[in-house]
Design a protein around this ligand. Structure first.
Ligand SMILES: Cc1cn([C@H]2C[C@H](O)[C@@H](COP(=O)(O)OP(=O)(O)OP(=O)(O)O)O2)c(=O)[nH]c1=O
Length: 200
């Protein structure tokens, strides 16, 4: 087992959800927000996409760290919603959110979350992803508009938040809840074992 100092986590995320979730591990952590470019030119699968972007976020933060900061495990994560082979990220505006929710309501979709862990000192990396199936209730257009008016869909992949009032439009899930919220804690704890970090 490594010393406490080397067990620290460096969360490469601006997401308040991810910041809250990383706290639950009870390990020392800092946050460094990556300015990674999230555009991907080539056509790739959802699992490839979330893994690629998770690694890009973690690697960008590694490049940003000052020499004296280069210890700890950098964690990058990315979440997308997939329905009918279409990959849905965050909505660009309210119309986009309406289009997404209108498509998702009354059916099952998948949420993919990638996680990349990069050792700040050595560059050693492990990357994986997790998928959760989510069933969204049927909604009228008026209900969709009322949900959009809450502001909650704005910065969420697929235009909803299972952890918010959006919980009321979800009838069930199969898989890890935290994959939907944006940081698959169970998978992350497994990946951290590669670096001799045990959460429990
Ligand atoms: C489906 C769903 C997504 N989300 C959020 C998680 C992510 O923050 C967001 C997907 O956007 P991401 O691009 O994965 O992440 P981000 O831009 O918010 O943060 P960063 O890149 O700095 O880490 O959608 C929820 O909070 N709840 C949900 O139910």
């Amino acid at each position: 087992m490594q010393t406490k100092e080397h067990q620290r986590l460096i969360l490469a995320s601006s997401s308040p959800r991810r910041q809250e979730l990383i706290q639950s591990f009870g390990l020392p952590y800092i946050i460094r927000v990556s300015d990674a470019d999230e555009t991907v030119e080539q056509k790739i699968t959802p699992s490839e996409l979330v893994e690629l972007l998770s690694l890009r976020k973690a690697s960008t933060v590694r490049e940003m760290l000052e020499v004296q900061e280069q210890h700890g495990i950098i964690i990058g994560s990315d979440t997308v919603v997939v329905y009918n082979e279409e990959i849905l990220g965050k909505p660009v505006d309210e119309q986009d959110a309406f289009r997404m929710l209108k498509g998702l309501q009354g059916d099952v979709h998948q949420v993919y979350s990638g996680v990349a862990c990069v050792d700040a000192a050595t560059g050693q990396q492990v990357i994986s992803h997790s998928v959760t199936h989510v069933r969204m209730k049927s909604m009228t257009d008026e209900q969709i508009l009322r949900y959009i008016a809450t502001g909650e869909p704005k910065d969420k992949a697929g235009s909803y938040a299972i952890q918010g009032i959006g919980a009321t439009i979800i009838s069930g899930i199969e898989g890890d809840y935290f994959t939907v919220v944006g940081l698959p804690l169970s998978l992350l704890s497994d990946l951290l074992l590669t670096f001799d970090i045990q959460v429990l």
